[in-house]
Write a protein that binds this ligand. Structure first.
Ligand SMILES: [Zn+2]
Ligand SMILES: [Zn+2]
Length: 142
């Protein structure tokens, strides 16, 4: 994702309105590696800007996704998660707390073999398990 300042310029170039609400959403996404849901972004922005609506958050996230500035994932969770990291990457999903972290694995081997002419654009791999925080919080098995 580009910086909030660059996104403001991008939205203006595309003829989209840039409101303080939208800028606050850009800032809430910036540097968030936790794969937030729209509701998480909404809660964060609404804390300082109670007038914002969830609809505005969804609209802005959809606009950003349509421009390729963020990714949308459905990773075994009910809510769509938004991702400011648009690099080719995979995800680690904690079965305990639901945390989603980025990981970079070489998954090119998955593209080998008989694909019947299927043209692979991208490979999505989700690894389920227990994050470090949940593992450390668990009682010692004795
Ligand atoms: Zn966890
Ligand atoms: Zn990610």
């Amino acid at each position: 994702m580009q910086s909030p300042t660059e996104l403001v310029a991008l939205f203006r170039r595309k003829g989209l309105k840039v409101t303080p609400q939208r800028v606050a959403i850009f800032e809430a996404l910036q540097g968030d590696t936790g794969h937030p849901t729209a509701v998480t972004i909404y809660d964060r922005v609404a804390a300082g800007m109670p007038s914002i609506s969830l609809r505005t958050v969804y609209q802005t996230l959809n606009d950003l996704a349509a421009m390729g500035e963020i990714q949308c994932h459905t990773i075994g969770t009910a809510a769509i998660r938004f991702d400011a990291n648009v690099d080719d990457h995979q995800h680690l999903v904690c079965d305990g707390c639901g945390a989603i972290a980025d990981t970079y694995l070489d998954v090119s081997c998955l593209r080998q073999g008989e694909l019947a002419g299927f043209d692979v654009a991208r490979t999505t791999v989700v690894l389920h398990g227990t994050c470090r925080r949940c593992a450390e919080a668990a009682p010692d098995p004795q």
